[in-house]
Design a protein around this ligand. Structure first.
Ligand code: PMP
Length: 399
């Protein structure tokens, strides 16, 4: 029912709300007959259901009253300490627990950082293309986006020209197996990036949900440790979504104390704190090194899935298409010949029961490459990957 006289007035901010292109596509692709390379969901096969079940059991039977009580906004102290210690694995050697804030998924961190740093018209630097969910969060606060150019090696540090960085509030960077491209920033570029940001006083938001899912090549130090050594301000976002399960809604922010204390005030206003029981159960699950045995099985699964898709693409895609070969994570990025619009390709693919995400929504400005698309390979069976890629290959050739 529509009414001509609306009894309410939305904020002007609400006018900036956009529905994520991926969520819209997912509505179509939820139909079981569709072979969907569109979703960004981790593989449920990798969820350690029994370990999590046992952890919740132990927490409820041993610490039930505090698990069901309100807790500190900063997060459950033992989990904060665990995260600070775990960051040594990515080369951040001297992070203290009071530099960690536990959040309800790193998506919440993106929203909180938007609230903290962005005024209408503030300059925010993003990779082109970048994670759609971050753009959706930041856009609520009405920034002016500045695209930083990328190539086959990810973000180009030399692209941080004086003009681009001037008055920038932060740069949002995804150094490992980027969403959407699957690309990884090499060590020289990581160093150049943090050095340049230190020199011009530009804070870096390092979003790293996929770093632990490396199945090829060598692990590289994160921007947090490199940045601290170089004198840059780095705010690192991490999550348990891809290493345990996204339904937990649990992540963290690592940042200098002054930034954490502001974020604590913001989080207080947002949701008081992240669920006590979840924090305690996850700490219980990981505290004795469970991830060191669990992660290799997830990596192996993703490596295998990625291999199925790359093999199928090599067999069925025309040589005029180019694509990334990720060393980890969940995504392959495809660049088609310039005359093919991937949104039009999607409309034809859906008729043949195959789906993917067109590339344009991952860009912020008029630099959108309409001939690109993102493929996710982790939740589809080998047989369906072959079938779906063969159909896409044929449609591309027909274009
Ligand atoms: N950042 C990136 C790059 C992502 O791909 C995702 C999940 N798709 C998130 C953040 C949000 O993850 P979560 O809130 O589950 O931690």
């Amino acid at each position: 029912m529509t009414s001509s006289a609306q009894p309410y007035t939305f904020s002007s901010r609400a006018k900036n709300l956009t529905s994520s292109a991926i969520r819209e596509i997912l509505k179509i692709t939820e139909r079981p007959e569709i072979i969907s390379f569109a979703g960004g969901l981790p593989a449920p096969k990798g969820f350690p259901v029994e370990v999590i079940n046992a952890a919740y059991d132990r927490v409820l039977s041993q610490l039930g009253r505090s698990a069901l009580q309100y807790g500190p906004t900063e997060g459950y102290a033992p989990l904060r300490a665990w995260v600070a210690e775990d960051l040594k694995r990515v080369g951040a050697m001297d992070i203290t627990p009071d530099e960690i804030l536990i959040v309800s998924g790193s998506q919440q961190a993106l929203d909180m950082l938007g609230k903290l740093f962005i005024d209408p018209g503030s300059k925010v630097l993003v990779e082109a293309p970048s994670y759609l969910g971050a753009l959706q969060s930041f856009s609520l606060f009405e920034p002016e986006y500045v695209s930083v150019p990328t190539d086959g090696g990810g973000l180009i540090p030399e692209g941080l020209t004086d003009e681009r960085v001037k008055d920038g509030r932060f740069i949002y960077a995804l150094p490992n197996f980027q969403n959407p491209t699957g690309l990884t920033l090499n060590l020289a570029r990581r160093k150049a990036l943090v050095e340049r940001c230190a020199a011009v006083g530009l804070p870096i938001i390092e979003d790293d949900p996929y770093g632990d899912l490396r199945y090829a090549g060598e692990a590289l130090p994160g921007l947090l440790g490199l940045g601290r050594a170089a004198g840059a301000t780095v705010i690192r976002l991490g999550t348990f979504s891809k290493v345990l399960a996204p339904g937990l809604r649990l992540g963290y922010i690592a940042a200098p104390k002054e930034i954490i204390s502001k974020l604590v005030q913001i989080k207080q206003a947002t949701d008081l704190h992240t669920a006590s029981i979840t924090q305690m159960a996850v700490h219980e699950a990981v505290k004795d090194g469970f991830l060191t045995t669990h992660l290799p099985t997830v990596r192996e699964l993703y490596k295998q899935q990625c291999g199925y898709m790359l093999d199928a693409m090599a067999a069925d895609f025309p040589s005029t298409a180019a694509w990334t070969r990720p060393e980890g994570g969940m995504f392959i990025w495809v660049t088609l010949p310039g005359h093919i619009d991937s949104s039009e390709l999607l409309a034809r693919a859906i008729k043949e029961k195959v789906a993917f995400v067109p590339g344009a929504p991952f860009y912020t400005g008029d630099d959108a490459q309409n001939n690109t698309l993102r493929l996710s390979f982790v939740t589809v069976s080998e047989e369906k990957i072959r079938e779906g890629i063969a159909i896409l290959g044929r449609l591309i050739k027909e274009s």
